[in-house]
Design a protein around this ligand. Structure first.
Ligand code: MLT
Length: 206
């Protein structure tokens, strides 16, 4: 399907055929766009509706979901603002397309804003799969994530995400009540076959 330009986010919406599955909110990594994760979404959740926005921040030519000051150092004011913009977009898209609350599937920068959505606007998501995420906030806000399912897949050899950082994220989310399944894979920052299998299995239970 072609990308749709609206006043909010450029995005792709693909209606699903299986109403029993929650829709997926697909959030790409730095330099990606709204088409990047569609193939992954179709593979791991056949029949699910897919909502895939493009990040509105540009770092050079590369779309992102929020600004960073340097690698792994985030502009937290911008992150907060962009998180609310994305949450508002999801709420509008739910009305426009008549969707249930989506499960976010975010990779890298997309996983980081998905974690921020969980912490700042938890009602927007039914759950989240965070692929190669890090802690979005130095001092995370209090959130009520009671029972919210979260899958975190991190890479033991990831040169971008320090292990302590993603462990901190897992602690923050479970401390807020989320039901967190954190797996560390023998991988780097890129996704592996193991990621796809785990993601597919976790999504089948939603
Ligand atoms: C970020 O900026 O969100 C993380 O460093 C991941 C990345 O996009 O490289």
């Amino acid at each position: 399907m072609d990308a749709i330009a609206t006043t909010d986010f450029i995005h792709v919406y693909e209606p699903g055929s299986d109403t029993g599955r929650p829709p997926l909110l697909l959030l790409h990594g730095t330099g990606g766009d709204e088409h990047d994760l569609l193939g992954l979404g179709r593979m791991v959740a056949p029949g699910a509706s897919l909502l895939s926005p493009r990040g509105r921040v540009l770092e050079g030519p590369m779309p992102r979901f929020f600004r960073r000051l340097s690698e792994g150092v985030f502009d937290e004011d911008d992150l907060r603002r962009r998180t609310h913009e994305l949450a508002d977009f999801v709420e509008q898209a739910r009305e426009r397309y008549r969707l249930a609350a989506p499960v976010a599937v975010g990779f890298s920068n997309g996983a980081n804003i998905a974690a921020s959505l969980l912490l700042l606007r938890p009602e927007v998501l039914a759950g989240a799969a965070l692929l190669r995420a890090m802690s979005p906030f130095v001092e995370p806000p209090q959130a009520d994530l009671a029972g919210k399912p979260v899958l975190i897949l991190s890479g033991a050899m990831d040169p971008i995400v320090p292990t302590q950082d993603v462990e901190q994220l897992a602690r923050t989310l479970s401390g807020s009540g989320a039901s967190v399944d954190h797996r560390v894979l023998p991988a780097g920052h890129g996704l592996s076959q193991a990621d796809i299998g785990l993601l597919e299995g976790w999504l089948a239970m939603r």
